[in-house]
Design a protein around this ligand. Structure first.
Ligand SMILES: Cc1ncc(COP(=O)(O)O)c(C=O)c1O
Length: 376
């Protein structure tokens, strides 16, 4: 089976792990953690980056540091991995789910504006949902598939309503928005995931990248049990969410290969797009404002039998998969406040994702292309 997306560990990963073992720096303090933070900050285009145990915990810590707490509300596109919504819930807050833009599969500015006008009101002390009085604290766009959202449009709505933007850029390291790096396009902070299926992995791990020094300090503090001194003084209820040196060692070896990884992801995407578009299959979107990191590749299947189609491909040795079931269809969020979902509601179960590891060979790529054409 040609796998969907598996880690490419062909660089210095083993050597750096060995170095951790020999130096005994295997836990949350160590030179690789600091180096990984610096390298990801530079790739994200921010001054600071704080490494955590996962993307989910980075988002959780970021939201808490921004003041999101019990009974608050955070705006989120429904077309995302459930972890984006979970990070909001972990703060005691709730997601307000909205539809995505047909052009980008990211949070739709028109829906955002219409929903805010219909369901929220501005008071002197913030933005509140009219029906239940809960305070809306932030807007959380997701850079779906490695594409930046329409940040200028979202930014001007956020400014009008005085709401901060925090981005879930889990798979968007290396993406650009109008020539700006993914962490430098108007949000207070951006989260990156280093889970095993991401372009750059650390085995697991996350980064919160920001230009805001106070926010970075608070995220670091919260994720390291809020230690106020080396004498076991703790000034808040903190979390043990720091990345380990072992994870960061793998992450550093991966960062050395980031340009090559991105190049291959983009080649894979270009090959599939050209092969399938001419057969009438709709490729994943490519909005003109973003230079996507092309995390995942695939297409929208136009017929009803999409599950059969994926199974036919799997029988041919091609690991074709579905994509995220939207958050508004997930059991824990069945009562979440939401917009209508005409775009993501019709789209999500027609998506076919295709093998796109960074070390997929040219012959494997051609096997995928031919298998899709045959299965059609
Ligand atoms: C969009 C999105 N948000 C959040 C996450 C959560 O990241 P992690 O698995 O590192 O906790 C992921 C990936 O797993 C993701 O793809």
């Amino acid at each position: 089976m040609i796998p969907l997306a598996v880690p490419n560990l062909s660089g210095n990963e083993a050597a750096y792990l060995q170095d951790c073992v020999e130096s005994t720096f295997v836990s949350t303090v160590g030179p690789y953690v600091t180096r990984f933070e610096q390298e990801v900050a530079s790739a994200a285009g921010t001054r600071y980056a704080v490494a955590t145990s996962s993307g989910t915990t980075a988002l959780h810590m970021g939201l808490l540091a921004m003041g999101v707490g019990r009974d608050d509300v955070v705006i989120l596109p429904s077309m995302t991995f459930i972890a984006s919504a979970n990070a909001i819930s972990h703060c005691g807050a709730s997601p307000w789910l909205m539809d995505v833009d047909q052009r980008s599969w990211t949070l739709c500015p028109q829906v955002l504006e219409a929903e805010l006008f219909a369901k929220a009101e501005r008071r002197h002390d913030g933005v509140f949902l009219k029906e239940c009085g809960r305070q809306v604290k932030a807007i959380l766009p997701v850079f779906n598939l490695g594409m930046a959202a329409d940040m200028d449009a979202l930014g001007s709505i956020a400014e009008e309503w005085a709401l901060p933007l925090i981005v879930d850029a889990a798979a968007a390291l290396g993406a650009e928005y109008k020539g700006k790096m993914s962490g430098a396009c108007g949000a207070i902070a951006s989260m990156y995931s280093f889970n095993g299926n991401k372009t750059v992995t650390a085995g697991g791990g996350g980064i919160l990248a920001t230009d805001d020094e106070a926010l970075a300090k608070m995220v670091r503090h919260l994720s390291t049990t809020a230690r106020a001194s080396s004498d076991y003084d703790h000034d808040m209820v903190g979390y043990n969410h720091r990345m380990t040196n072992l994870q960061a060692a793998v992450g550093c070896a991966q960062m050395e290969q980031l340009p090559m990884f991105l190049q291959r992801k983009r080649q894979v995407r270009a090959r599939y797009d050209s092969a399938f578009t001419e057969k009438g299959l709709k490729p994943f979107p490519r909005p003109q404002w973003t230079y996507s990191a092309d995390w995942y590749s695939g297409f929208v299947y136009p017929f009803e039998d999409v599950t059969d189609f994926r199974n036919r491909l799997r029988k041919k040795g091609v690991d074709a998969r579905p994509f995220w079931k939207p958050v508004h269809l997930q059991l824990p969020y069945q009562n979440a406040v939401r917009s209508e979902m005409p775009v993501c509601g019709q789209l999500w179960d027609r998506i076919v994702t295709l093998p796109c590891s960074t070390h997929i060979s040219d012959s494997e790529l051609e096997k995928v292309v031919n298998s899709v054409l045959e299965a059609l």
